[in-house]
Design a protein around this ligand. Structure first.
Ligand SMILES: Nc1ncnc2c1ncn2[C@@H]1O[C@H](COP(=O)(O)OP(=O)(O)OP(=O)(O)O)[C@@H](O)[C@H]1O
Ligand SMILES: O=c1[nH]c(=O)c2[nH+]cn([C@@H]3O[C@H](COP(=O)(O)O)[C@@H](O)[C@H]3O)c2[nH]1
Ligand SMILES: NC(=O)CC[C@H](N)C(=O)O
Ligand SMILES: [Mg+2]
Length: 511
C-alpha cells in the first residue's frame, strides 16, 4: 500500500478505536490489529508508527496479553498508552507493580515539554488516569517525562529508539491536550504528512474489493440502513452487477419499512435487488425465547441461513458483504474486550457459514465516518443521515418473548412516536429514537373500564459514535402529545414511560 499507515495494537478495553479515530482525524490512515499479530505481518505493512492501547490486565500476570519484544528493534516509533506503556516498560527491563494508590478520573500532571511528545503542551495539564498498576522502575534507556501526585512515572521516553509511553489516556476528551500529544507523536515523531482523506478511503476500498472479488459473484446483506447501503454502493462501484443485494423482511422491521426499502433500491439504484419474505420462519425460531443474547444469536444465524439459500439460487457465490461497523465489532467482544451484546452480524454469526469469506468493508469505521463515506460516494442525504436500526430489529425492543401480535403493537406505537418527533422538528437533532415494548403490564382505566395492558417505553439519544450517548430532553408537551396519541390509538397499551439513562450505564437498545 502506498499510503502512510499507523497501526494500533489492541490489548483489550472498550475505547481502543477512539485512538484509531483520533489518528484518522489527522488524515493519517490507521488500522487496529490484535495484540498477537505476527511481527512479520506488521513489518510487511511498514507502518510509520505503532500505538499500544490500554487493557484491563496487569503485565505481570501469567497470561496477560503481550507482544514480540523484537517490535522495539524495528526502528518504528511506538507510543504505549496505559497498559501499553506498562508493557513497553516491562518488556524493556523496567518494573511494573501494583500502585500504592490507584488513580481514576481527571488528574493534574506536570510534563517535561522538552520531550517531542509534549511540544507546546502546557507544563501543568489535565489528563484522564485509569490504572491500578504503575511503573515502579523505569527501563534502561528510558527517562521520565511526566509525573502526577500519586504517579511518579506518568510518561516515559527513549528518544534514541523512538519509544514513548503515557500512563494516562490521551485519546479521550478528559485529556484536553491529548489530541496535541497524539499530533506530536504522528507528525513530530513518526514523520507523517497527513495526506489521507475519505476519498482516498473510497479509492483504496474499491481497489481492494476489485482485487479480492475478481470475477466472482458476491451477495450483500442489505437492510436499507446506512451501513449496508454504503457497503453496497462501495461494492457495486468495485464489481458492478456481480453484486446482488439481499434484503430480508424478518417480520421485525418498522411499520412500512420493507416496502420503502424495496422502493428505494429498485427505483433509485442500479443494483440487483432481491427481497426475501421470511417473517414466519423468524417468528417460529423465536417462539418461547426470552433471553436477549439467545434472541440475537438465533436471528444472526437465521439471517445467514437465508443468505445461503438465496446464494444457491443465484449459482456459485463466494462472498457475502455485510455492513458491519466498528461499534458492532467491539461490543460483541472482539479479542480481549468484554461482550456487551452480540451484534447479530458479528457475535451472532454461526460457526459454519457456507461462504468462502465474509467481507466487511466498513469494519474499522465509526458511524459518522461511514456517513462521510456515503456522502463521498454521492448517496442522497436522507439515506446517509437515517437513524440506525439494529439488524435484530424489533426483537431487541420487545422485552421477553417475541410474538407477531407484540410486533404489531410496537410497530404502531413506534410509528406514532417517529411521526410526532418529525412533526415537532426534532428528528435531525436526535441521533436515534424509538419505542420499546416492555414486558410489563399494569392496570389502567379507559372509558370507565379496567384495562390490564402493556407499558411502552420511549427512548431518544444523542451521540456521535454510538459508543456513548446522552438521553434527550424532549419537551414535556411533545412527550405528552405522543403519550396520549399512543394510548388512544394503539390497542393493548395503557401506559408510557420515558427512558432517562445515558450510555453508559445503559445501552441504547434495551436488549
Ligand atoms: N433486514 C436485513 N436484511 C439483510 N441484511 C440485514 C438486515 N438487517 C441487517 N442486515 C445486515 O446486518 C448488518 C448490520 O446491521 P446494522 O443495523 O448495524 O447496519 P445497517 O442496517 O446497514 O445500518 P444502520 O446502522 O443505519 O441501521 C447490515 O449492514 C446488513 O449487512
Ligand atoms: O446491526 C446491529 N446489530 C445489532 O445486533 C445491534 N444492536 C444494537 N445495534 C445498534 O448499535 C448502536 C449501539 O447500540 P447499543 O448501545 O444498544 O449497543 C445503536 O444504534 C443500536 O441500534 C445494533 N446494530
Ligand atoms: N486502563 C489500563 O490500561 C489499565 C492497565 C492496568 N491494568 C492498570 O490497572 O494499571
Ligand atoms: Mg440497520
Amino acid at each position: 500500500m502506498d499510503k502512510e499507515l499507523v497501526i494500533v495494537l489492541d490489548f483489550g478495553g472498550q475505547y481502543n478505536q477512539l485512538i484509531a479515530r483520533r489518528v484518522r482525524e489527522f488524515n493519517v490512515y490507521c488500522e487496529v490489529l490484535p495484540y498477537n499479530t505476527d511481527i512479520e505481518v506488521i513489518k510487511e505493512k511498514a507502518p510509520k508508527g505503532i500505538i499500544f492501547t490500554g487493557g484491563a490486565n496487569s503485565v505481570y500476570e501469567p497470561d496477560a496479553p503481550s507482544c514480540d519484544p523484537k517490535i522495539f528493534e524495528l526502528g518504528i516509533p511506538i507510543l504505549g498508552i496505559c497498559y501499553g506503556c506498562q508493557l513497553m516498560s516491562h518488556l524493556n527491563g523496567g518494573k511494573v507493580g501494583k500502585a500504592p494508590k490507584r488513580e481514576y478520573g481527571k488528574t493534574e500532571i506536570e510534563v517535561d515539554s522538552s520531550s517531542k511528545l509534549f511540544e507546546n503542551v502546557t507544563r501543568n495539564t489535565t489528563c484522564l488516569m485509569s490504572h491500578t498498576d504503575y511503573i515502579e522502575t523505569v527501563a534502561p534507556g528510558f527517562r521520565v517525562i511526566a509525573k502526577s501526585e500519586s504517579c511518579p512515572v506518568a510518561a516515559i521516553e527513549n528518544p534514541e529508539k523512538n519509544l514513548y509511553g503515557v500512563q494516562f489516556h490521551p485519546e479521550v476528551e478528559h485529556t484536553p491536550e491529548g489530541v496535541l500529544m497524539l499530533k506530536n507523536f504522528l507528525f513530530k515523531i513518526c514523520g507523517c504528512t497527513g495526506d489521507w482523506t475519505m476519498s482516498s478511503f473510497v479509492d483504496m476500498s474499491v481497489r481492494y474489493l476489485k482485487e479480492k472479488i475478481g470475477d466472482k459473484k458476491v451477495l450483500c446483506a442489505l437492510s436499507g440502513g446506512v451501513d449496508s447501503s454504503v457497503s453496497a454502493v462501495l461494492v457495486s462501484k468495485a464489481v458492478g452487477k456481480q453484486l446482488t443485494c439481499i434484503f430480508v423482511d424478518h417480520g421485525l422491521l418498522r411499520k412500512n419499512e420493507a416496502d420503502e426499502v424495496e422502493e428505494v433500491f429498485t427505483k433509485k439504484f442500479d443494483v440487483n435487488f432481491i427481497r426475501v419474505n421470511a417473517q414466519q420462519r423468524f417468528y417460529d425460531k423465536l417462539a418461547g425465547v426470552t433471553d436477549p443474547e439467545s434472541k440475537r444469536k438465533i436471528i444472526g444465524e437465521e439471517f445467514i441461513r437465508v443468505f445461503e439459500e438465496e446464494a444457491k439460487k443465484i449459482g456459485k457465490v463466494d462472498y457475502l458483504v455485510q455492513g458491519t461497523i466498528y461499534p458492532d465489532v467491539i461490543e460483541s467482544g472482539l479479542g480481549k474486550s468484554a461482550v456487551i451484546k452480540s451484534h447479530h452480524n458479528v457475535g451472532g454469526l454461526p460457526d459454519y457459514v457456507d461462504f468462502k469469506e465474509i467481507i466487511e468493508p466498513l469494519r474499522d469505521l465509526f458511524k459518522d465516518e461511514v456517513r462521510r463515506v456515503g456522502l463521498e460516494l454521492g448517496m442522497p442525504e436522507h439515506l446517509v443521515y437515517r437513524q440506525p436500526f439494529p439488524g435484530p430489529g424489533l426483537a431487541v425492543r420487545i422485552i421477553g418473548e417475541v410474538t407477531p401480535e407484540k410486533v404489531k403493537i410496537l410497530q404502531e406505537a413506534d410509528y406514532i412516536y417517529r411521526e410526532e418527533i418529525a412533526k415537532a422538528g426534532l428528528d435531525r437533532k436526535i441521533s436515534q429514537y424509538f419505542a420499546v415494548l416492555t414486558n410489563l403490564r399494569s392496570v389502567g382505566v379507559m372509558g370507565d373500564e379496567r384495562t390490564y395492558d402493556y407499558t411502552v417505553a420511549l427512548r431518544a439519544v444523542t451521540t456521535t459514535d454510538f459508543m456513548t450517548a446522552e438521553y434527550v430532553e424532549i419537551p414535556w408537551e411533545v412527550l405528552g402529545r405522543i403519550s396520549r396519541k399512543i394510548v388512544n390509538e394503539v390497542k393493548h397499551v395503557n401506559r408510557i414511560c420515558y427512558d432517562i439513562t445515558g450510555k453508559p450505564p445503559a445501552t441504547i437498545e434495551w436488549e
